[in-house]
Design a protein around this ligand. Sequence first.
Ligand code: MV4
Length: 445
Amino acid sequence: MFDKVLIANRGEIALRIQRACREMGISTVAVHSTADENAMHVRLADEAVCIGPPAATESYLNKHAILSAATITGADAIHPGYGFLSENAEFAAMVEEHGFTFIGPSPQHIREMGDKITAKQVVMEAGIPVVPGSSGAVRTAEEAGKIAAEIGYPVIIKATAGGGGRGMRVANSPDELATELQNASREAKSVFGNPDCYLEKYLGHPRHIEIQVLADNHGNAVHLGERDCSLQRRHQKVLEESPSPALNAEQREEIGQVVATAIKKIGYRSAGTIEFLFEDGKFYFIEMNTRLQVEHPITEMVCGIDIVREMIRVSSGAPLDFAQEDIKFQGHSIECRINAENPETFVPCPGKIGEYHAPGGLGIRVDSALYSGYTVPPHYDSMISKLIVHAATRNECLMRLRRALSEYVIEGLDTTIPLHQKLMAEPVFQNGDYDIHWLEKFVGK
Ligand code: MV4
């Protein structure tokens, strides 16, 4: 096992990884920008190295600065967290070339899944159901027209280098197709440096359901059930829950089996997430995330597995010490993402925290790097806390969440706590009867 791990991230996820390390007897190295000198992840680490100025491109995305910090502190491994360099295949390769262990998948798997056309081909060959569409890049209007006629309108055009909703266009009819393909391709080239686009049948009212997996270097792979992430605004998740209110036990079991088998076949290692659209009882793969995700705690709450600990263990070469049949799912968990934003306009609201009091009690988990007197810097993501609740049933979970939200005091800046309170009172949410478009309409009215 490693003696020392460098955590190439900030905020709550840096703390989350430090906590796993400490419980494993591993010492931690924090890296930070000059804007984060007083951040909690710096205060709580065993060692800290300043890696650059506030702009992420000069600090948390600065590969050489991070590798230098690992060298001077004598770290054995680097955990990238989420965002920043977590899905950068070049960085993962550099980490290994410098003699450190990258706590994540192989550079090759990151690269494959980063190219969305390749990802679809790879998982399809491994037996995962995908959205009907083009088998590769679509370069001409004629080619696009043929495929669209086969799969039927509306179709969606996506950039192969995109993902997470960037660079997508919908064409409702043949006359929209050529211009939308041109627009999508031009945008893909300027934003991602790769003009290649592919075509899919556009699903009108799906849910977003993702399956968490864990795999080791010894051919073992398990699934940890699903998360329903349909409640999003502008491709930013707002609230996630596990299990999904839309699945029955049989559907859950079946998709989990298919995914775990495929992950084994692909030879994947580490934690990963397979994203699906779910419509009319059927699953359609869209993307795979090769990182630890923001919403991983709800999976931990329902299956009792420390995902970060397992990531560290398998990357050090240890085998998973449980099999699929050992994993038991218990109760229901919901995560509310709390952002430093105006709850109506969603305009970011960085600033100094006054009074701070986090909720507690049975079934409550708060993953956050906030403290009273801390100043939330304006340079990074506005998510400042994750409130995670676990209870025996979905209804009890909602009651507990309502109670926890009412206890939470964050003074000095606007947060999205009132938005979550409004959501708790909404029958559509209470009934679990929402799709990927519902929240945007809800917050718009
Ligand atoms: C789709 C789709 C409908 N049909 N693909 C958006 C994020 C990216 N990961 C994939 N996305 C979508 N792909 C087909 N074939 C609708 C979306 C989509 C969406 C997906 C998940 C959660 C929220 C969403 C909001 C708008 C569009």
